[in-house]
Ligand binder design. Structure first.
Ligand code: AMP
Ligand code: ZN
Ligand code: ZN
Length: 296
């Protein structure tokens, strides 16, 4: 397989473009897709990158180092999931060292009195749902308290489309307000703006980027999340996109347009009586879950 731009040996075929790319031209294509998100939504200033140690958020952080508009502040949340959390933290630290950035760390158990395995035993909901809520809450709160302009996550095109399909499959339409690559801040609810720089890049493209740029990342899946329904949906969508290369991008664009046409006022939004951050209930779920678990 030869690069469609220069004829050198190609590392990837990008279906929707109908092109093969060598390492050099793939990097150019990849950063071009990231810049589309940054420039279209005018993302700049202090950007907190939420690092999980996995390939996507590592890729997201490295990709952003190529843009002068952003000042990077990587954050790792230690959820206390045994060896998995320890390895993820080590990996995130090594990556930040290699990139010359300081990693900020929140230890859930130290700071709020309970780790995810303990919380999930006490709570009735699915562990990934609770863990996701805790991560989103802490990312936003850390960014707000430190005066950061954006929270950036490693969500890629495959994640976004499959999780939206999963929401449709469960008639769960609340998240249809969060489908765009960049969500504006809402100071009145202490919500920091959010950015997904890898929004237009597929799983495989992020994997090849991490590999060809020798980005340190931890490949293990969370031991608590095995058999997640979105993984099956993702496989199904990838099969579909083998035959129809533009289908993932088109789904993502349709989801964005649906959101643009929706009435997105936040009548149901308020602030938590306990912590002051955004919630649709009197006391937010983070405070309820952590109180029950004996935390702050
Ligand atoms: P996930 O919820 O595991 O699909 O992860 C989605 C995104 O959340 C990742 O791409 C990261 O940007 C961020 N993230 C996941 N886990 C952590 C963590 N332990 N600490 C900080 N950010 C995280
Ligand atoms: Zn080339
Ligand atoms: Zn609260």
């Amino acid at each position: 397989m030869q690069c469609s731009s220069c004829g050198r040996s190609a590392v990837i075929h990008v279906g929707w473009k109908g092109k093969n790319y060598c390492e050099h031209h793939f990097k150019r294509y990849f950063l071009g897709q990231v810049s589309k998100v940054l420039y279209k939504y005018d993302v700049g200033g202090k950007v907190m990158v939420a690092l999980s140690g996995g390939k996507d958020s590592s890729t997201c952080l490295e990709a952003l180092t190529h843009f002068d508009e952003v000042e990077l502040h990587p954050l790792y949340i230690d959820l206390g999931i045994g060896e998995y959390s320890e390895e993820s933290l080590d990996t995130s630290e090594s990556l930040c060292d290699a990139l010359g950035l300081d990693l900020e760390v929140i230890d859930l158990e130290d700071e709020y009195g309970a780790a995810v395995p303990e919380i999930s035993e006490r709570e009735s909901g699915k562990v990934c749902g609770i863990c996701g809520m805790i991560k989103r809450y802490l990312m936003n709160r850390h960014a707000y308290e430190n005066g950061y302009d954006y929270v950036a996550t490693g969500h890629n095109l495959s994640d976004e489309v499959s999780s939206n399909f999963n929401n449709l499959a469960n008639v769960y339409l609340t998240p249809f307000r969060g489908l765009k690559p960049v969500l504006e801040e809402k100071e009145e609810y202490r919500l920091v703006a959010r950015a997904k720089p890898l929004y237009f890049l597929k799983d495989k493209e992020c994997k090849v980027y991490a590999e060809t740029n020798d980005l340190i990342h931890y490949g293990a899946e969370c031991p608590l999340s095995r058999g997640s329904p979105t993984n099956e949906l993702k496989e199904w969508l990838h099969k579909l996109s083998d035959a129809k290369p533009k289908v993932l991008r088109n789904f993502a664009k349709s989801f964005m347009r649906i959101e643009e046409r929706m009435d997105t006022n936040h009548d149901d939004m308020g602030r938590c009586e306990n912590c002051g951050y955004a919630t649709a209930t009197k006391v937010c779920r983070f405070c309820r879950v952590l109180d029950m678990a004996g935390g702050g």
